[in-house]
Design a protein around this ligand. Structure first.
Ligand code: BG6
Length: 478
């Protein structure tokens, strides 16, 4: 393939504070959502779909892998040096809100927390690695969850505004690229992660989720405005969990169904954050589902003024769906629902692998919004085997990434404006949905196992050298 990636394309890797940092009690940090999520696939998945979680820890019964995570808190220098060795142009990370405001509702920030991210940004600057910072990545301070009920409560808008004002002012000379809420549209599927609440019951789930989302739209718009004021030239994006929805067959009933599901899941949040308006199609959905959003005067004007500069997205899978599913088909789809696609293989965690879906996603998004796109998450969670000589021959990961990068190249040829690509979990980290270490994404292996044992030593996998060459050739050699 001839080189289609533009000069200055931002190659790199992505992480989130709670999945790498550890140091959960250090530097004055307060507890957050991730600190009370137990390890283990069954435990996590149950929590994500359950109602009524009390956000308490039970250390007799569960392990809490995010407490130590991979100890980036102490080892960031070594890790950043490895990213630099791969040639990263950018590194996506998040700021843990509860390091800056340990409870979330204080008036004054925690200096030690602020100083930690200064050190991280300075270390990145040493290697000319541009930070790309997610402001909220599934790590709402626990106090805001327990005392206020998470994002259902309008008060969080005010606390968030204080938090972003502090970090924009503090890091204005160090960070240019920001993302507001990670995978904002995943909130209605998994309110626990994005909105920091566990639904009381199935009846209130939708109403509360959309109300929480409205608060995040307002908070995000405010952050965009503040960011532009405080940091001239900053670029602030939204972040969508994008999964194209395919109709199971050409039956128009299924095509229409897939179209509507896609609008609701993939486009609703983008329409609000990019176009600055609630889309027309949502009115009917709200009516039919008895959803009433409480808004304050000025909310819609603020949303209109605080539109994002670019769209970032995570892409792991597509979804195939049909209107009437048989009982056998129900639950056969992947993490985000639907039915099994007979043309696709799945990962060991049942996530269907579909590089062409990324090409489709980028064309759909660019076609609808015409703003620059940034793929900020993509990758294969897989079991890795360490050979006797210490090597990890992860050809399956290389194959996966190669095909997805190719798909991005094809989308660029189709006119899509793409700013960059940050592979998810560029260093092994704690999985969000399964709380496992064994679901590994990294180019860098971390010797930490599911039971918490291990030396925490880092080593280079085969994919490390492969990705280094991809970056060095600006995507020409795959
Ligand atoms: C995204 C999240 O949904 O997918 C990340 O933004 C997460 O936090 C990633 O880690 C991969 O999912 P998982 O469940 O395999 O960790």
């Amino acid at each position: 393939m001839s080189n289609v990636f533009p000069d200055g394309f931002l190659w790199g890797g992505a992480t989130a504070a709670n999945q790498v940092e550890g140091g959960f009690h250090e530097g004055g940090k307060g507890p957050n959502l991730a600190d009370v999520l137990p390890g283990g696939k069954e435990n996590r998945l149950k929590l994500l779909s359950d109602t009524g979680f009390d956000f308490e820890m039970d250390t007799d019964k569960y392990t809490y892998p995010n407490h130590e995570a991979i100890d980036f808190y102490h080892r960031y220098k070594e890790d950043i040096a490895l990213f630099a060795e791969m040639g990263f142009k950018t590194f996506r990370m998040s700021i843990a809100w509860s390091r800056i405001f340990p409870k979330g509702d204080e008036l004054e920030p925690n200096e030690e927390g602020l100083a930690f991210y200064d050190r991280v940004f300075d270390e990145l600057a040493k290697y000319d690695i541009e930070p790309l910072v997610t402001i909220a990545h599934y790590e709402t301070p626990l106090h805001l969850i327990k005392e206020y009920g998470g994002w259902r409560n309008r008060k969080l808008v005010e606390f968030f505004e204080r938090y972003v004002t502090v970090i924009f002012n503090r890091y204005k000379d160090k960070v240019k690229y920001w993302l507001t809420f990670n995978e904002i549209n995943g909130a209605t599927h998994m309110p626990l992660f994005g909105l920091g609440f566990s639904p009381e019951n199935e009846e209130t789930r939708l109403q509360d989720s959309f109300q929480g989302l409205h608060h995040q739209f307002v908070a995000s718009a405010k952050a965009v405005q503040l960011g532009h004021e405080i940091i001239p030239g900053s670029q602030i994006g939204c972040m969508l969990l994008y999964a194209p929805v395919y109709a199971y067959d050409s039956n128009p009933e299924n095509v229409l169904y897939a179209k509507k599901e896609s609008l609701l899941f993939n486009n609703f949040c983008g329409d609000v954050q990019v176009r600055g308006e609630y889309p027309n199609f949502i009115d009917r959905y709200f009516q039919e589902n008895d959803i009433n959003i409480e808004m304050e005067d000025g909310d819609l004007a603020l949303i209109k003024e605080g539109t994002v500069d670019f769209i970032s997205l995570s892409y792991y899978m597509s979804r195939t769906d049909k209107k009437n599913k048989t009982p056998e088909e129900l639950g056969q789809g992947n993490l985000i629902g639907g039915v099994k696609n007979p043309f696709l293989e799945a990962s060991d965690w049942g996530w269907e692998i579909d590089p062409k879906g990324l090409h489709i996603a980028l064309m759909e998004l660019y076609g609808r919004y015409q703003v620059p796109l940034f793929v900020v998450e993509n990758g294969l969670g897989a079991y890795d085997k360490v050979e006797e000589d210490g090597s990890v021959n992860d050809d399956y990961r290389i194959d996966y990434l190669r095909e997805h990068i190719r798909a991005m190249g094809e989308a660029i040829k189709d006119g899509v404006e793409l700013m960059g690509y940050t592979a998810w979990g560029c260093i092994d980290l704690v999985s969000a949905s399964s709380g496992e270490m064994s679901k590994r994404y990294g180019f860098i292996y971390v010797d930490k196992q599911d039971d918490g044992s291990g030396s925490f030593d880092r080593s280079r996998k085969k994919s490390f050298y492969w990705y280094k060459n991809v970056i060095a050739t600006n995507g020409e050699e795959l």
